[in-house]
Every structure is written in C-alpha cells, then in structure tokens.
Design a protein around this ligand. Structure first.
Ligand code: SAM
Length: 262
C-alpha cells in the first residue's frame, strides 16, 4: 500500500540498506527491549527485528501508518499510536530500553530536551541511537570555545555522554530531505550534576546565550545581584564570552543561583 509522506510529521523514510544496517549495529540489542520512535513504514523496524531483540515497542503518531504497521508486523512489535511528546516513556517497561529514532526533524530537539529534563534519579533507557539534522547534531556535540556551542550542548552534556556515529546523505531517504543528517549515540551519565530545577538551567543559559557576543558581565548582572562576588568565587573573568564557560561551570552557577534563592 502506498502512503503519501506527510511533511507536517517529518516523514522522510530511510531506504538505504547500508545505513539501516549501520544504525542497528551501533549497539547490541539481541535479547534486549527496544523502543523505536516514529517507525514510519517500518524500514528500520525490520532491521531491528533481524537482531532478535526481546521486545520492540514503537511510538507512531500517524494513525494511517500505525494501522499499516499493525498489518505488517502483527504481534512482532507493540505499537503505541500516540505523540511521543505526550508519552511517559518510563512507564512503557520495567526494563531499561534501547531507543532508536530517525526523528521527525521539526521536534527532534524538543524530544531530546524532554527526556533529559524528565530524568530525576534513574534512567529509563540504556542507550539512545538518534538521528538529527547534521547542523543540530553539531550543536549537540559542540565543545566550549566553539561557535556551535550553546544551550543545546550544555543541556545534552548534562546527563548524557554523546558519540557521533555517522553522517548520512539525503539520498539515503525518500523523500529526500534538503540537508545532511547525523546519527548520534547517547548513554547515561550516572553521576550527573544535581541541580534542583532544570528550569533554572534553561533560564540561565537563555539569558547568557541570547547575547552570546556580549561579555559575561552583562548576563551575570542580569541573573545575580552580587555578580562580582560570584564571579570571584568561581574565578570567572567577566570579560569573557558565554561560549568560553564550560558546561560544568553553568551547572555550578545554577546551583549557586538556587542556593541564593532558597
Ligand atoms: N523510522 C522511519 C524510517 O526511518 O524510515 C521513519 C522516520 S520519519 C523521519 C519520522 C517518523 O516519526 C514518521 O513516521 C512520523 O509519522 C513520526 N512522527 C512524527 N511526529 C511524531 C510524534 N510527535 N510522535 C510520534 N511519532 C511521530
């Protein structure tokens, strides 16, 4: 059955066998529980199943595709016909999941941010193998002191270790996207820096990076009443720019902000 891809749901289906194989070879999934985000027409799902996982769950928002997948895989997979942004993934299974997702690009950072922010003590996943637009992936993995470094790099590095796997060309998809894609592997950082409320990290990095070319003096004064004292405590030169501070320093500043407000 031919289903017209829906642009609004970011439907670019993977058709390159080599790439599909590389994706499922990223981590070992034999006898493990797997969650696929946006299985689409099931191309990646087929390759996942070849690896003999213990169980496969798949979240697909498109009703038409969810029906097609039920027909195609019958009881080989459990389809959750819902919006990934509304699901509580930690309720899906009592086992830690390996997640695969050729993510819809319009909501890829929203999905990743939701997962990071919602983790409190323990992780519901063992690995995340996710595809992003190349430009977004570069921002996720960017190091401090580079132009791509910013809010997304800091948030991602907070609770996750990140490794780039491969770049993928537009011709590996149908319909072809206009841009290159990149596959990233994320694994939990068990000892991530504890802050009280992720909203404070979001606020602080928003204030700092909305004026990324300005010296730190300005955002520091906006966030802290006693900016000079705090910059001295952490040995921060206020003539530097936001991109010069490592992620760890942002977490320390959030902790300081939280302690001052208690
Ligand atoms: N995995 C398939 C592949 O690689 O060929 C399809 C990937 S396609 C880029 C993204 C998929 O995510 C589509 O099937 C789309 O319908 C689905 N999708 C889009 N928004 C979604 C949402 N909010 N929740 C769940 N699935 C969604």
């Amino acid at each position: 059955m031919f289903i017209k891809p829906k642009k609004s749901l970011g439907q670019n289906f993977l058709i390159d066998r080599n790439v599909l194989e590389q994706i499922v070879d990223t981590v070992e999934i034999t006898n493990k529980e797997v969650l696929e985000i946006g299985p689409g027409s099931g191309n990646l799902t087929t390759f996942i199943l070849k690896k003999n996982p213990k169980k496969v769950y798949a979240i697909e928002k498109d009703d038409e595709l969810a029906l097609l997948l039920k027909d195609k895989f019958v009881d080989e997979i459990t389809i959750i016909n819902d919006d990934v942004l509304k699901i509580s993934e930690d309720k899906i299974s009592s086992e830690k999941l390996t997640v695969f997702g050729n993510l819809p690009y319009n909501i890829s950072t929203e999905i990743l941010s939701k997962w990071i922010v919602n983790i409190n003590k323990s992780f519901w996943f063992e690995n995340l193998v996710l595809m992003f637009q190349k430009e977004v992936a570069e921002r996720i993995i960017a190091e401090s002191n580079t132009s791509k470094y910013g809010r997304l790099s800091i948030l991602s590095n907070w609770k996750l270790n990140i490794k780039k796997i491969i770049d993928i060309k537009p011709q590996s998809f149908s319909p072809r996207p206009k841009i290159d894609s990149t596959l990233l592997l994320f694994t939990p950082r068990d000892n991530f820096f504890k802050i009280q409320n992720a909203k404070n990290l979001e606020m602080l990095t928003r204030v700092f990076f909305s004026q990324r070319r300005k010296m730190l003096k300005k955002p520091f004064n906006q966030v802290f009443k006693n900016a000079k004292e705090i910059s001295e405590k952490f040995n921060i030169d206020l003539n530097l720019r936001p991109q010069n501070l490592e992620a760890e320093m942002y977490f320390k500043l959030v902790k300081e902000y939280e302690s001052l407000r208690c």
